[in-house]
Every structure is written in C-alpha cells, then in structure tokens.
Design a protein around this ligand. Structure first.
Ligand SMILES: NC(=O)c1ccc[n+]([C@@H]2O[C@H](COP(=O)([O-])OP(=O)(O)OC[C@H]3O[C@@H](n4cnc5c(N)ncnc54)[C@H](OP(=O)(O)O)[C@@H]3O)[C@@H](O)[C@H]2O)c1
Length: 326
C-alpha cells in the first residue's frame, strides 16, 4: 500500500471543517522513522490549533493529533533504533490523525506490549504534563493537599491519579455531580461542585491550613478564587485556560501568602530538558505497566469520526481521554 487515509485541517475554524483525504505514504528521511499509527490521543489543545488560537500554528493543511502509538515500519538513513516492528509512542504535537506518520527516531519511545493501545496513545501529554507540574514545578510532597480544577477532564484525571501516587490528599473540583463521581472513582478524597458552591469558600473548608498546590487547567474566574484558598508557601500551577479566559491576578496575594505561581509548559520542557523528560516518561510507562495508572477512556472512535471526538472536547463533554483507533 503506498497511500494512506488522513484527517486534514485545510482551513482554520471549527472542528466540523476537517476532511478525510487520501495521501501518498510519507517516506522517512535521514534520522527519521515511519510509524503505522494504531491509536491517537486527542487533547483540548487540538481544538485550539484547528481554530488558529494555539501558540503552535502549523502550516495548512495539517492533520491534528498530538500524541499516538503505532508500529515502526520503515527507517531512514542512519537510524539503528527503533527497528522496524518496534511498538512506540511519540508526541509530534500535531499530525497523528492519519494512518502513517514520519517522526524523528529520537522522539519515538518503545512501549511494552502489555499496555493497550487505548492507554498508550494518551500516556504522554496528560500524564507527562501532570508529572512535570507536580514533581518538577511544585515539588509536591507526601501529605500535602492538592486541589485540581476541571478535575474530570484529560489532565485533571491524570492529576488525581498522579497526586494519589505522590501521596497527596486530593480535592477534585468540577462542574457537575456526574463529573465528580468519576473523580471519586479515580481516587479523589474530597469533591467540590463549582457550578453550585463558591470555590474559595469550599477550598478553604477542605483544608485547615490552606491548600498546598492548585492545579489549574481552566483559568477564568476560578484561578483567583483558588489562589485565595492557598496556604503559606502554596503553589499555583498554571496548566491552561479551557474556559477561554486568561486571568489577571492581584500580586499582593502572592506576597501575603508567601506563595508562588508556576507556569507549566510540557512541550517546551521536553525540548529544554530532554534527560528529565526521558526520565519522567520512563516513570510513567513503569507506573502504567504496574497498573498504578489506569487512564479513564471516555470514547474510542475510528479515524473517520475524529470530528465527533474533537467535539466532545470542544463542547465540555469529555470525561477523560478521547481516543482515535486506526
Ligand atoms: N501546560 C501544558 O503543557 C499543557 C499540556 C496539556 C494540556 N494543557 C491545557 O490544559 C487544558 C485542559 O486540557 P484537557 O485536554 O485536559 O481538556 P479537557 O479534557 O477538555 O478538560 C478541560 C476541563 O476544563 C473545564 N472547562 C471549563 N470551562 C470549559 C470550557 N469552556 N470548555 C471546555 N472545558 C472547560 C471542564 O471541566 P468542568 O466542566 O468540570 O469545569 C473540562 O473537563 C487545555 O487548556 C490545554 O491546552 C496544557
């Protein structure tokens, strides 16, 4: 087969405009491998990229899909590993919603067969961001209290699982009882419904000395409310702005609490600190193999239903990971 199916964004806008096309199979260049994609993990930022509202703006046309699992089927000049037949995961940032993709050999991480495609496809971004945030940015310690906003979403659920592994008391915050039930099932200790309860008051009630770490992928008004509930030397982790609003914060709050605000940018961490990134990835693969991480899969859809998968994320309906199985 020298052709493949691909989902393409040919003009920026709503996810409905994506089209299924046929393209020639790409050939790997020097230092590259071609991977037959078996599953893709979708993320909220895919919807932003398609709308032209993300910090990364690929040239048109492009395929969405920032992370995937697949099997290497051709290697370019100078590549000794991974060899053809190796099952790998990788984070190209975009381009994975297609039957085959070419990536640098150095970016493809071999993954044990015991980890199912559905779990492997979504392992890198949500868990990778979260481990980097909680370990490298917040230096979270066992016994600390971790509050997670948007806790039933992709990165939110990952934060519940990794927070528990790291020994934190986890306060999950989300917008419905049904979303919070999922958070409880994934191990959250305390639940806050911020569609009904005042977030700052509820967070203060959840910890006598104040929250130690806030994990915030939502932004908007939630951020200041959560910052106000931090305790002495608390840390606010800025993960993203799913609400669509980038908040501005009164800096006097950081002074009176001796607290700090940490930006978290996993994609750049990967480029700037490749060894720390590789160590974190090895840790995640090991936890997954040991069954300590059990990603909650919301939906598994075929390539031609990629738009439906992206709509779950864009319309605030996703509960955990949305996977495209090829
Ligand atoms: N910094 C990094 O390196 C990094 C890495 C990965 C992701 N991110 C960012 O993290 C954010 C979340 O990503 P994700 O893949 O976890 O998304 P997701 O699965 O869609 O979860 C986002 C959560 O945000 C809440 N939310 C509040 N207002 C929303 C709105 N208007 N639309 C959609 N969701 C809304 C929702 O929970 P409730 O309904 O309960 O409020 C939802 O569960 C995104 O902004 C993404 O770009 C950042």
């Amino acid at each position: 087969m020298d052709r493949m199916r691909a989902i393409e964004c040919q003009a920026l806008g709503a996810v409905d405009s994506l089209t299924l096309v046929e393209r020639p199979l790409p050939e790997p260049g020097s230092g590259e491998v071609r991977v037959r994609v078996t599953a893709v993990g979708l993320n909220f930022f895919d919807t932003l990229m398609i709308a032209g509202r993300y910090q990364v703006r690929p040239e048109l046309p492009f395929s969405p899909g920032g992370e995937f699992v697949g099997v290497v089927d051709a290697v370019g000049a100078g590549v000794s590993a991974p060899a053809p037949g190796t099952r790998v995961i990788a984070y190209p940032g975009y381009g994975a919603c297609r039957e085959a993709i070419v990536v640098p050999a150095s970016s493809a991480v071999a993954i044990p067969d015991g980890i199912a495609d559905e779990a492997a496809a979504g392992l890198l971004i949500t868990y990778g961001t979260t481990l980097h945030a909680l370990k490298d940015r917040a230096a979270m310690k066992p016994g600390e209290t971790l509050a997670i906003l948007g806790a039933s979403g992709g990165v939110g659920l990952a934060a519940i699982e990794i927070g528990k592994i790291m020994g934190a008391t986890v306060v999950a915050c989300a917008s419905s009882a049904e979303k919070l039930q999922l958070c409880a099932d994934q191990g959250a200790d305390t639940l806050i419904d911020y569609s009904k309860d005042d977030l700052k008051t509820a967070l203060k009630a959840a910890s006598e000395t104040g929250i130690d770490v806030v994990y915030d992928p939502v932004g908007g008004d939630m951020t200041e409310a959560a910052l106000r509930a931090l305790g002495w030397k608390g840390r606010l982790l800025v993960i993203g702005f799913a609400s669509g609003t980038i908040p501005k914060l009164p800096l006097n709050l950081t002074l009176v609490k001796g607290c700090s605000v940490h930006g978290v940018f996993w994609g750049r961490f990967m480029e700037e600190e490749p060894e720390a990134f590789a160590e974190n990835t090895r840790q995640l693969v090991a936890w997954c193999e040991e069954g300590r991480l059990k990603p909650h899969i919301n939906a598994v859809l075929p390539l031609e239903k990629t738009v439906d998968g992206l709509k779950l994320l864009a319309e605030r309906k996703a509960r955990g990971k949305v996977i495209i199985k090829i």
